[in-house]
Design a protein around this ligand. Structure first.
Ligand code: SAH
Length: 196
């Protein structure tokens, strides 16, 4: 997080370092730094050099860039976001950041897609992060998690738990709740843009 300057990813650069979520347009927010830190801590064993990571609801691209720095040129960090304008600006943000060479080298990529379907092209993933709250864990994301891999996903509607999902080597799943959280919903583009 020290390597990737949050000021390059936040619309109002002046408030970038306040420990608070901030609006980024399109009824979306960039998560607070402490949430980014919590998720990176929970996933760090699964973000080792050469590993594959998926960031669903990549928004500003901040966390995808952090993933890319951790997995390096031999790894893959894939961001999936369903608002095309956010994907376009996230690519510009990354280009200005310390992760720009990873974008050019192809180990970091950002795509417009419905993240509930994951991103099968680079699956299976050692680490999956979901940055928006799901009513229930989407099956494609479970399917795209590598045996031995970990997913961190907020689950719920108004009251949400940050769930840590571990897929064991035999393919069985264990889930625990880390903490209570408040994320924007993982939903359709039309539902998200209502009233915007
Ligand atoms: N983690 C990011 C953004 C968090 S906000 C950051 O910190 O910058 C959650 C993001 O999820 C929003 O950008 C929203 O547009 C996106 N989102 C919501 N539902 C989605 C879906 N079905 N597919 C892809 N992205 C989605």
């Amino acid at each position: 997080m020290e390597t990737i300057d949050r000021g390059l990813f936040v619309p109002d650069g002046n408030s970038a370092y306040i420990d608070s979520p901030m609006p980024i347009g399109y009824n979306a927010t960039i998560s607070a730094p402490h949430m980014h830190g919590t998720c990176l801590e929970l996933l760090k064993e699964h973000l080792q050099p050469g590993m594959h990571a998926l960031d669903v609801g990549s928004g500003t691209g901040y966390l995808t860039a952090c993933f890319a720095m951790m997995v390096g040129l031999q790894g893959r960090a894939v961001g999936v976001e369903h608002i095309p304008e956010l994907v376009a600006s996230s690519i510009e943000n990354v280009k200005r950041s310390a992760a720009s060479s990873l974008l050019n080298g192809g180990s970091l990529s950002l795509h417009v897609a419905d993240g509930r379907q994951g991103w099968p092209e680079q699956a299976p993933y050692d680490a999956i992060h979901v940055g928006a709250a799901a009513e229930k864990i989407p099956q494609p994301l479970l399917d795209q998690l590598k045996p031995g891999g970990r997913m961190v996903i907020p689950v719920g509607s108004f009251f949400q738990d940050l769930q840590v999902v571990d897929k064991k080597l035999d393919g069985s799943i264990s889930i625990r709740s880390e903490t209570s959280v408040r994320y924007v919903p993982l939903t359709s583009r039309a539902a998200q843009l209502q009233g915007f």
